[in-house]
Design a protein around this ligand. Structure first.
Ligand code: NDP
Length: 457
């Protein structure tokens, strides 16, 4: 075992693993240092287990409409079974990630890597020093917990995947992806669920129709939403946690979860010693090729703060390997990235929101609101929303937003024409598939409303 490598990757998550695999495939001698589990946030305690939990929670909606199709369902739910089956699947995926690294010859080292300088990394536990032609930092991020009294009584998404039992009730603080998704999970699994958010509507940054639809959809599933309020402190009260809110109200909950954002993992890796600069927001500063202020050190993924999404980290890792180990300088285009919130209702978007597009010249907005077909035999009145925003007069599609069943699957495919620069006329040329929800996107006739000179008509 040599201590000299062409590439040493610190962090075995989505970005680091992709970079390591490709670099090893190009013939580089690669080591990947991971102190927790290979797979990173996405595989171990993020996207993958989250989506499995979302699937579990969605049976509630299905049981709700089952009777309208003639079914009678007597449902029971066992949390330990779900957690055990999820753990089995995550262990399988982790093993697959390790195998995918080892197959092209990368060495996987279970330790913490600390930079000594631009070409040396020391392992915290073993003391071993690795020499590297190039170092890649892909250390990801961690949940942020507000600094309030009693914060240690709450937990984050990290712990939510391993709860011994479901609480009787839960308060989730935050209004972003994780708050909406975990509220959906807990409520769907029968937990009395409340979201408290400091803003005036969940999903800040998303299109207003998506935000309002999500807010209404969460409430329709029995989730209480408390807006313009923050948690001030937590204290134990018997088996409950007593929460004090910023409006002076106090209330007991079975559990409290913080979904108050994530921070980059930049502490304790010797970044300063190696001359790796951070941005004002505390992320690792990189150029378009993911190179840091030290020319032999690169960084990809959440730690760089460009877009905290798994596929983006994978893209950045691949572009890094192309650039450095395949003599093919490749920059990732971060300008048009689709995103989905796997809550109930599901929301997915790509491109500009209506408010953003309205500042980019004259636009037309097409909106369809309709009951998803699966609800039509029941008394469920929730509407699906599909929305297309185009340059005025059938021009380029600038934004597409969907709320409802299958939203993420629909938007994933819309990313293709939008990346190609499709116009409304291109969408119109596509023949609809019926009956689907996505057909609404290719059958819009007149705009729902228009903006001319920045004024809504
Ligand atoms: P988000 O940034 O989406 O949301 C964080 C929320 O916490 C915001 O509503 C924010 O409020 C609020 N908040 C921040 N600080 C405080 C504070 N001190 N007190 C009270 N509230 C606070 O972060 P998440 O943690 O939900 O997710 C992190 C990131 O991970 C996402 O942005 C996304 O990139 C990624 N992710 C992607 C998923 C997907 O693709 N489906 C799923 C989960 C995560 P405000 O709006 O006012 O800033």
């Amino acid at each position: 075992m040599t201590d000299k490598f062409d590439l040493v990757v610190i962090g075995g998550g989505s970005g680091g693993v992709r970079a390591a695999r490709l670099a090893a495939g190009y013939g580089a001698k690669v080591a990947v240092i991971e102190e927790y589990r290979v797979g990173g946030t996405c595989v171990i305690r993020g996207c993958v287990p989250k989506k499995l939990f979302v699937y579990a929670s969605r049976f509630a909606d299905m049981f709700d409409v089952a009777a309208s199709f003639g079914w009678s369902v007597e449902a029971g739910f066992d949390w330990p079974t779900l957690v055990a089956n999820k753990d089995k699947e995550i262990a399988r995926l982790e093993a697959a990630y390790v195998a995918a690294l080892e197959k092209p010859g990368a060495e996987v080292i279970r330790d913490r890597g600390i930079l000594l300088d631009g070409n040396r990394v020391q392992l915290a536990a073993s003391g071993r020093v690795l020499e590297a032609g190039t170092i890649l930092i892909a250390t990801g991020g961690h949940p942020f917990i507000p600094d309030i009294p009693g914060a240690e009584l709450g937990f984050t998404s990290n712990e939510a995947f391993h709860l011994q039992q479901l609480p009787r009730s839960i308060l989730i603080e935050g209004g972003g992806y994780i708050a909406a998704e975990f509220a959906t999970i807990f409520a769907g699994l029968g937990v009395d669920t409340t979201i408290v958010y400091r803003g005036d509507c969940v999903l800040r940054g998303f299109d207003e129709d998506m935000r309002q639809g999500m807010s209404a959809g969460l409430q329709a599933r029995g989730i209480r939403l408390i807006y313009a309020t923050q948690v001030r402190s937590l204290r134990r009260s018997g088996s409950d946690i007593l929460v004090s809110f910023s409006d002076e109200v106090e209330a007991p909950f079975g559990a409290v979860m913080f979904a108050t954002g994530r921070r980059p993992n930049v502490e304790g890796y010797g970044l300063e010693a190696a001359g790796v600069d951070l941005t004002e927001d505390g992320f690792i500063a990189v150029d378009k090729y993911s190179r840091t202020s030290n020319p032999s050190i690169y960084a990809v993924g959440d730690v760089t703060g460009r877009s905290a999404l798994t596929p983006v980290a994978i893209r950045e890792g691949a572009a890094f390997a192309e650039t450095v180990f395949n003599n093919n300088p490749t920059a990732v285009d971060h300008s048009l990235i689709g995103t989905a919130v796997f809550a109930e209702p599901e929301v997915a978007s790509i491109g500009l929101t209506e408010a953003e597009a309205a500042t980019h010249g004259d636009i037309d907005v097409y909106i369809a609101r309709f009951r998803p077909m699966i609800n039509t035999l029941s008394d469920r009145s929730e509407r699906m929303v599909t929305k297309l925003i185009t340059a005025a007069g059938g021009g380029r599609v600038m934004g597409c937003h969907v709320l409802g069943p299958g939203a993420a699957e629909i938007i994933q495919l819309v990313t293709v024409p939008m990346t190609m620069g499709a116009t409304k006329a291109d969408f119109d040329r596509a023949v609809a598939m019926h009956p689907t929800a996505a057909e609404e996107l290719v059958t819009f006739r007149a705009p729902t409303h228009r903006y001319r000179g920045g004024v809504k008509l």
